[in-house]
Design a protein around this ligand. Structure first.
Ligand SMILES: [Zn+2]
Length: 357
């Protein structure tokens, strides 16, 4: 292919439906050019065939994936090194139901190379699924393509409007009230970096990781921060790329920790001792006791009301359980959402107790 006509673009050659090329093609030594064309005949598991004129389908998105550094989802024995793409044993289009896009096992095609029983919906652009099913790039694939755009394909996009990092793609993952917040990059590779968590407390600059490679294993967690019980922090996060800089300044609070005693409960009183109780907003809003087996709510305590009424003394709240029948119970703590910009954090925590009667 006579490639490389443009230094700042990807050249796409669209060939007719009767072309010798049947499918798409990106040379391994020059990922700034592609050819697509021809007609692909897919034999379906249920019998029958369908002709797909390649240029009329989303094969161009598949080939752009190659241009941006992606491999097939089946490339390495059904895997591609990315943990968020489905295992893909589709090496013959007949293994996918064209109406549901679901992988069909034991379809009888020896070329299916089926070694397990995946039930995935095969919609990934980088699969050899039926062309009409191709519709999805996963977050890791997108990360990887963005990595290519900032490295090997920088010249192609340097004049484009890629924009600064989108900080809204960063999410948090937290176990409340354990108070550890992990920052998870969910879409922009520039905030992948090895960061010493201790430096995250004050002010952080996340810089571009230009040596981006295929991530292995689970999705990378960029950094974590521990907020002590009863404290709050504001984290300043900056990410930059060639198009600019973006900031995000979320605030996190840590609710008071607690202990429950006695367990088993032998009398009529259950005690909850908090790490502190000075700041009413850092106490749970409610403590609910539910039967573990039936799930039925047996008692609901408005903790903040108890605090206002002076019923939390020396950080201890005593709950009368005289009316609760014996058995295994769940004690559920529910908190107000005081953390900014964050709908992902979990605001309940549940303990198991035995009421012995
Ligand atoms: Zn391909």
């Amino acid at each position: 292919m006579d490639a490389g006509q443009h230094t700042n673009a990807i050249d796409i050659y669209v060939l007719p439906s009767n072309s010798q090329i049947q499918g798409g093609f990106v040379p391994s030594n020059n990922k700034k050019v592609m050819a697509i064309g021809g007609t692909k005949t897919v034999t379906h598991c249920s019998g029958g065939t369908t002709n797909y004129e390649i240029a009329q389908h989303r094969v161009v998105s598949h080939e752009m994936g190659h241009c941006f550094g992606l491999v097939h989802t089946w490339q390495y024995s059904g895997d591609d090194g990315l943990s968020d793409t489905p295992i893909d044993y589709v090496t013959n289009n007949g293994c996918v139901n064209p109406s549901t896009c679901q992988f069909v096992n034991n379809c009888g095609y020896s070329t299916c190379n089926v070694t397990s029983n995946p039930t995935s919906i095969m919609t990934n652009f980088m699969s050899y699924t039926v062309p009409t099913c191709m519709s999805v790039f996963t977050p890791m694939q997108i990360d990887l393509m963005r990595g290519s755009l900032n490295t090997s394909l920088l010249a192609v996009v340097s004049s484009s409007q890629a924009g600064p990092p989108n900080m809204q793609l960063m999410t948090y993952d937290s176990n409340q009230p354990v108070n550890t917040v992990n920052f998870v990059n969910s879409g922009w590779h520039n905030i992948y970096t090895n960061l010493n968590p201790s430096t995250l407390i004050s002010n952080v600059t996340w810089s571009a990781n230009t040596s981006y490679l295929y991530p292995t294993g689970t999705k990378l967690v960029n950094a974590g921060v521990v907020v002590n019980s009863g404290q709050s922090i504001t984290v300043s996060i900056t990410a930059s790329n060639i198009c600019g800089t973006a900031n995000r300044n979320p605030t996190f609070v840590a609710y008071y920790g607690y202990s429950i005693y006695p367990n088993p409960v032998v009398g009529n009183s259950l005690s909850i001792k908090f790490d502190g109780s000075e700041r009413i907003e850092l106490l749970p809003q409610f403590i609910s006791i539910l039967d573990e087996i039936t799930g039925q709510l047996e008692l609901n305590v408005d903790v903040q009301n108890e605090k206002l009424n002076g019923n939390i003394n020396q950080n201890i709240l005593a709950i009368n359980v005289a009316k609760i029948k014996g058995g295994i119970k769940l004690v559920k703590f529910s908190y107000k959402n005081l953390n900014s910009n964050d709908s992902d954090l979990k605001f309940t925590s549940t303990e198991r107790i035995i009421i012995a009667k």
